[in-house]
Design a protein around this ligand. Structure first.
Ligand SMILES: Cc1cc2nc3c(=O)[nH]c(=O)nc-3n(C[C@H](O)[C@H](O)[C@H](O)COP(=O)(O)O)c2cc1C
Ligand code: SF4
Length: 370
């Protein structure tokens, strides 16, 4: 039996295989961030498809941390019943679900944030649509506390884990990156200082959820931008998070302005192009004691098995393959080992932006031809 189908445990959370649905914004929430029945159905389908762990789309912890429309929010107690239905549906289908927590920081605009965006420094960089306002220490403390409140709600409302979004140029990465963090106080300068916010957010979440609840992070191994976060600094931050008690690190890379080296690369049409964050994941794996997940272009079971058996990575995370094939894990487990059919065209993302919800446009076209 393939190592991909090992049963494992992350801090009391039992998982039936090593496949993870990486966080994916579905654009299926109400304008205020309330999850809908349609989103619940989407997660139910994924759970039925056999993936070991579903990580939700990024979910804002505070209204000014909102980015794209249709994004989930967990900044208020008002959505309790909607979230309980969602987690209940996943559990009834035999799945496990982690909530991804985010603050977009400067990587949003006034329209979505409802105010001038907030960031570590008021800098004009390609990553930011507008020049943001510099966070005060009180605001930093408030946001770290908002992550804690959000995680407490997630735990109470039935999520099996939370994952902090420390990748793709959002607020945690903005603190880690020297390009976006030009502060001269204890949050800026050395990597020890630039990691402080990530550790404070982690500590806030841990104290809100207790020691027996899985708290994970998706972390950029590098921003792939001149002047941005580099692997040596990411290794330092990962080591500190692991020492502090984080339960798993999913390694990603890039930001929306990293071009061909962004987080969601196109045309993954050969095994050599798969697992494009593997070098970063290997470096982080060497530096930490917690399990490591790798995401980015994984498509074939052979590459996934090599990541586990040869590189010692613990989990294989995928996003787009599960949009096209929510049943991919079951298909592989049942012995149909053909690579994921996703062609990495990013048409699903465009559908999320323009059509009020993601779906696989290629699969739809093919179904229409059949
Ligand atoms: C439609 C879409 C939405 C995404 N939303 C998120 C998100 O909310 N949070 C996140 O960490 N990554 C998000 N990503 C990035 C994926 O999680 C993943 O890191 C990236 O797509 C590479 O993996 P893949 O090649 O398996 O798709 C999104 C990707 C897509 C295509
Ligand atoms: S539209 Fe379909 S084939 Fe294209 S990237 Fe999205 S899931 Fe993959």
């Amino acid at each position: 039996m393939s190592a991909i189908f090992d049963q494992t445990i992350i801090n009391n959370m039992a998982l039936s295989n090593r496949l993870v649905r990486s966080a994916t914004w579905e654009a299926m929430c109400d304008d205020d961030g309330r999850p809908t029945g349609r989103l619940t159905d989407f997660y139910r389908d994924l759970a039925h498809g056999g993936v070991g762990l579903i990580v939700t789309g990024y979910t804002f912890v505070s209204p000014e941390g909102r980015q794209l429309h249709g994004k989930m929010g967990i900044h208020t107690d008002e959505f309790e019943q909607d979230y309980r239905k969602l987690t209940g549906a996943v559990h009834d289908a035999g799945g496990k679900i982690a909530l991804q927590l985010v603050h977009a920081g400067g990587q949003t605009d006034t329209k979505n944030a409802g105010r001038q965006p907030l960031a570590p420094s008021a800098v004009e960089v390609d990553q930011f649509p507008e020049v943001p306002a510099e966070l005060t220490r009180d605001e930093i403390n408030r946001i770290a506390a908002a992550f804690g409140d959000a995680a407490r709600r997630a735990k109470e409302w039935g999520f099996d884990a939370v994952q902090l979004h420390g990748g793709h140029g959002y607020l945690i990465t903005q603190f880690l990156s020297p390009l976006t963090n030009r502060r001269t106080d204890e949050y800026g300068g050395t990597i020890e200082n630039r990691s402080r916010f990530a550790i404070e957010v982690y500590n806030s979440v841990r104290s809100a959820t207790g020691s027996d609840f899985p708290v994970m992070i998706k972390l950029n191994g590098a921003d792939n931008l001149e002047g941005g976060l580099q692997i040596d600094d990411a290794v330092y931050a990962a080591g500190k998070l692991s020492e502090a008690g984080v339960d798993a690190i999913e390694v990603t890379g890039g930001t929306p302005v990293s071009g061909a080296r962004g987080p969601v690369r196109k045309k993954i049409d050969a095994p050599e192009k798969e697992a494009y964050n593997m070098d970063l994941a290997r470096r982080i794996k060497e530096a930490v004691t917690c399990p490591v997940m790798v995401v980015g272009g994984l498509r074939s079971i052979g590459v996934a098995e090599a990541a586990v058996n040869e590189d010692g990575v613990d989990y294989i995370a995928m996003s787009r393959p599960f949009i096209r094939e929510p049943g991919l894990a079951n298909r592989w487990q049942e012995g149909n080992l053909a690579a994921a059919t996703c062609i990495s065209c990013n048409g699903c993302f465009v559908a999320g932006l323009k059509e009020g919800g993601i779906y696989c446009v290629v699969e739809k076209e093919e179904q229409e031809k059949r």
